[in-house]
Design a protein around this ligand. Structure first.
Ligand SMILES: [Zn+2]
Length: 315
C-alpha cells in the first residue's frame, strides 16, 4: 500500500472477507482542485462535478476495461451537459455547459432541479476502448426511479444503473466540497458459484452495505481512504490493492483539434478565417487555447487528401 499525505489523491481497490464483496474508495484532492481551477465551473455545478469526478474514478476502478470511461449527465433543466472522464491510469478531467444565468437563478441547486427539471434528464456512461477498431459501449439510464420519481442525487442514479444495466448489486456514496471529491463503492462479486454459496455472498454483501451505510458525509470527505476502510470494515478482513494515483490530465492536443476542424469542413473553417483571420479553439476541459491561421488551415485540408477519414475523436 502506498503512503499518503493529507493533500494526496488516493484510489484504493479492496476485497472483504472470503471475497464475495469488492469495492473502491477514492479521495480526490489536488486533481479536483485543478479541475475546478481549469474548468471555472459555476458555483451551483461544483458539487455535482465533484461527485461525477469521484464517480468516474470509482466506476473505472471497478471495471476490467482498458479505455476511457466517460460519465455524462444530459440535463433538461439549467444544466445542459456535465462530463467527467477517467483514463485507464486515472487521469481525470471534467467540464459542464449550463444556462448563463445559472448562478443567479439557482444559487443552491439540488440535483433534480439542475438536471431533471422536466423529467427528461439522462445519465450516459460510455466505455471508449483504447484499442483502435473496437466499438465503444454505452449505457443510458433516466434520472428517475421505476415509479417515475426523480432521484435525489447522482449516487442514487448510479446505484440504479449498476443494478439494472450491469446487474451487479451495488452501494455507493459520493460527496464533494471545494477541497475534496470522494466516493465509496461496495459491490457483490458478480460470480456464478462462490465458495460458501450464493446465500453466503448475499449475506456478506448485506453486512458490508450495513457497515458502509454508517459512514457520514463529513467522514467521507475528511478521512483518508485507508483510515476510512479500517474504521468501517475492521472486522471484515479487508484486503487493499494499490492503484495508480488519480491526477488531473487533459487529453486534448493540436492534432485532435485539427481532426475536429476537418470534420467541421473546409467551408466552415475558411469562413471563420475570412472573418477573424484565425480559428481559435479553447479546450473546454483544461482551457488550453489552439490557434489555426491561414497556413495551418491550408495544411489541415491538404493533409486530408493523404489520410483516410479516421473515427471521430473527442476533443
Ligand atoms: Zn484540454
Amino acid at each position: 500500500m502506498s503512503t499518503t499525505s493529507p493533500m494526496s489523491d488516493t484510489l484504493l481497490k479492496f476485497m472483504l472477507g472470503p471475497g464475495h464483496v469488492r469495492g473502491v474508495a477514492v479521495r480526490l484532492r489536488q486533481s479536483w482542485q485543478e479541475m475546478q481551477r481549469r474548468g471555472r465551473f459555476a458555483v451551483p455545478l461544483q458539487p455535482l462535478l465533484g461527485e461525477m469526478s469521484a464517480a468516474s474514478a470509482l466506476l473505472a476502478g471497478s471495471l476490467k476495461f482498458d479505455g476511457t470511461l466517460i460519465l455524462q449527465i444530459q440535463g433538461d433543466g439549467p444544466l445542459r451537459l456535465a462530463v467527467a472522464e477517467c483514463q485507464p491510469d486515472f487521469g481525470l478531467r471534467a467540464t459542464a455547459k449550463a444556462a448563463d444565468d445559472l448562478a443567479q437563478a439557482l444559487p443552491q441547486a439540488d440535483f433534480p432541479s439542475l438536471a431533471n427539471r422536466h423529467g427528461g434528464g439522462r445519465c450516459v456512461i460510455t466505455l471508449d476502448p483504447r484499442q483502435p477498431g473496437q466499438q465503444p459501449y454505452q449505457g443510458i439510464v433516466g434520472l428517475a426511479d421505476a415509479q417515475g420519481h426523480a432521484l435525489g442525487d447522482l449516487a442514487s442514479v448510479l446505484r440504479q444503473y449498476l443494478d439494472q444495466s450491469e446487474q451487479i448489486p451495488s452501494w455507493l456514496m459520493l460527496a464533494s466540497d471545494a477541497h475534496s471529491a470522494c466516493g465509496l463503492l461496495v459491490q457483490r462479486m458478480p460470480d456464478s458459484a462462490p465458495p460458501g454459496g450464493t446465500e453466503q455472498a448475499d449475506e456478506d454483501f448485506a453486512r458490508a452495505v450495513h457497515l458502509a451505510s454508517t459512514l457520514q458525509r463529513d467522514e467521507l470527505l475528511a478521512l483518508e481512504p485507508t483510515e476510512m476502510l479500517r474504521r468501517l470494515f475492521w472486522e471484515e478482513q479487508a484486503r487493499v490493492f494499490a492503484s495508480p494515483q488519480p491526477r488531473f490530465h487533459c487529453t486534448c492536443s493540436k492534432a485532435r483539434v485539427a481532426q475536429m476542424l476537418r470534420m467541421l469542413g473546409r467551408d466552415e473553417v475558411e469562413s471563420v478565417l475570412r472573418e477573424q483571420g484565425e480559428v481559435d479553439v479553447r479546450c473546454e476541459f483544461c482551457g488550453a487555447a489552439y490557434a489555426f491561421d491561414l497556413v495551418d488551415a491550408a495544411r489541415l485540408f491538404r493533409d486530408e487528401i493523404d489520410q483516410p477519414p479516421g473515427p471521430s475523436q473527442p476533443q
